[in-house]
Design a protein around this ligand. Sequence first.
Ligand code: ZN
Length: 258
Amino acid sequence: MVIDSHAHLQSVDFDADRAEVLERSREAGVIAIINVGYDLPSSEAALELAQSYQHIYATAGIQPHYAAETTQQDLERLRTLLAQPKVVALGEIGLDYYHDRSPRPLQQELFRIQLRLAHELQLPVVIHSREAQEDTVRILREEAQGLRGVMHAFSGDWAYAEQCLDIGFFISLAGPVTFPKALELHEVARRVPLDRLLIETDCPYLSPHPFRGRRNEPTRVTLVARRIAELRGIAEEHVAQATTANTRALFDLSGLSV
Ligand SMILES: [Zn+2]
């Protein structure tokens, strides 16, 4: 039994066969899925799915890409969404200096605003950070004291992982940990304390080996668990149990009946 702690099932990539994808994941032992929003429409769509399926939960948040166009009205709509039952976190939010689709000062400002909103609403946060390690850590140190959170699809070395752990956040590993040449991620997978580790697909993106480049789906979170278990030299079951417990605790999935 595993939980996919980060998926985007509302993506058009699943429009043709969403129900079958979900059926497959249930058969593979995926007992819950956190379906993540990245702007207002995708957050609303995530919530709709969560309302249709008992084992799906939603998050709502605005990614840094949209920082330049986000208005006060958008933030009010976000606040309304975050108050809905089954919305379990604020995210994904953060900094993206790889795509750089919004000016960096505006990305940072939107990040800070949403972290303060998470404090106010007492919600955990899902962090997206690409090529922005230094600023991400700095802003989290300044704004995330006492917040619960996860570094989603963690990419970086052990030194960066240690900084994120030091802030008190979880580390979530996705498909790239299964890539043969991802040596930095292998080290992170070996060293992260088991009680601070989450697993995810980030589907439809980041398909694990040997499906790299193809559409990803929640079923394949089991491949992430298996690779981490191999790297640590422990049973897959052990990784599954720990990450399931961590995900339930982080997002307070008390309504989950399994
Ligand atoms: Zn994502």
